[in-house]
Design a protein around this ligand. Structure first.
Ligand code: SF4
Length: 365
């Protein structure tokens, strides 16, 4: 496809995309409203847009769609897992998450594969294929909206395949389009970006003052242990990440948001709770804990007694926490361990492990 994808544009980027075309801000807003807000591919009848200008824009741009290769609806609850294929054959997934009111949230992928190789993550084993374009992220949300019109989509979480901060510009652009009143109209505070700790991008994100919620998927507060689970931790140590999250919370207001994958015998000890208490002394913390769900059997969730001991230790060290539960278990909707069949993994039949989707659900309530 030649030219710019119209669903990769915000009104302001579109207005300056072709300096030789007389596109003012109002028309740019209405074009974004047409292709994202109304989810249409044509520019027919856009107010203020002449037929000639519409034809010129159409010649310089495209509105390609993703192919939905598969969709799995849970029989237990309204989770749906989507497998998408892009024109170059890359595949990636999104999960529709039911919220209580009732509304939908969407757990989106930001990359096909991932370069970071966290040991508890199937996606990491695929390696990085490429970052997704803004429109490929937006399209995941539009597909859910189109196919589930009985509820509005009011939340988006960047917790599917990939590390969002390794595709920073496209993720921020996609979030802008999703938030735009002419776009998907999702509140900025209902859009969540989850990182495993790409420190320079966390600092940049805080400095830029975006309205989206930031979660650090920490999973261990002990540097050596974390480095064994998340290889990126060797470059960006726990202390520095905690300091960055404190600065973010201070600038933004609100608590430090952390995600924690509970793994029996690994990261549920009192030493972890004490380390968290030290790292975040004097700061409000909201830790989302989810049981690991590992198809390889290498990692196991804690039993009730171990989990309770950990939660008591967290409370004793001043760390606020919420426990997340799995949804859509029969379709393995937890989207932490996304691997795609066509790249050698088994996206649908295997169990997700990291529970990002469930985490996402609560975080967008
Ligand atoms: S947990 Fe996230 S950052 Fe780590 S390998 Fe998986 S997708 Fe990448």
């Amino acid at each position: 496809m030649v030219g710019a994808h119209l669903r990769s544009q915000t009104p302001s980027s579109l207005a300056v995309l072709w300096p030789d075309l007389p596109l003012d801000d109002g028309v740019a807003r209405r074009i974004v409203g047409r292709v994202v807000g109304e989810d249409r591919d044509d520019l027919e009848g856009v107010r203020g847009l002449s037929r000639r200008l519409a034809a010129e824009i159409a010649a310089r741009s495209h509105t390609l769609r993703l192919e939905v290769v598969d969709r799995r609806a849970s029989r237990i609850d309204p989770f749906v897992k989507y497998l998408f294929r892009a024109a170059d054959g890359r595949v990636f997934e999104a999960v529709r998450i039911p919220l209580e009111r009732p509304r939908w949230s969407v757990c989106v992928s930001s990359q096909a594969g991932c370069a970071l190789g966290c040991v508890f993550c199937e996606t990491g084993r695929l390696g990085l294929e490429r970052g997704l374009e803004p429109w490929e992220i937006v399209e995941q949300v539009l597909t859910v909206r189109r196919e589930g019109p009985e509820r509005p989509v009011t939340g988006v979480v960047f917790q599917g395949q990939g590390e969002p901060f390794q595709n920073y510009d496209n993720v921020i652009r996609a979030a802008e389009i999703l938030r735009d009143p002419c776009g998907a109209r999702i509140g900025g505070d209902r859009i969540t970006i989850s990182t495993v700790g790409v420190l320079p991008m966390m600092e940049r994100y805080t400095a830029e003052g975006h309205p989206y919620r930031l979660i650090l998927s920490l999973t261990s507060a002990l540097q050596d242990k974390r480095a064994g689970l998340v290889p990126l931790a060797r470059r960006h140590p726990v202390d520095a990440l905690a300091a960055a999250m404190r600065r973010h919370a201070e600038k933004r207001g609100g608590p430090v948001n952390l995600a924690w994958v509970l793994m029996a015998g690994i990261n549920t000890g009192a030493d972890e709770a004490r380390a968290l208490g030290r790292l975040f002394a004097g700061v409000r913390v909201r830790l989302s804990a989810i049981d690991v769900n590992d198809p390889t059997g290498r990692f196991h969730p804690p039993d009730d007694a171990e989990r309770s001991r950990f939660f008591s230790a967290l409370a004793g060290n001043g760390i606020g926490f919420v426990r997340r539960y799995s949804g859509g278990a029969d379709i393995h909707a937890a989207c932490g361990m996304l691997a795609s069949q066509s790249t050698g993994g088994t996206a649908f039949p295997r169990r997700g492990r990291r529970g990002r989707a469930e985490d996402a659900e609560k975080n967008n309530e």
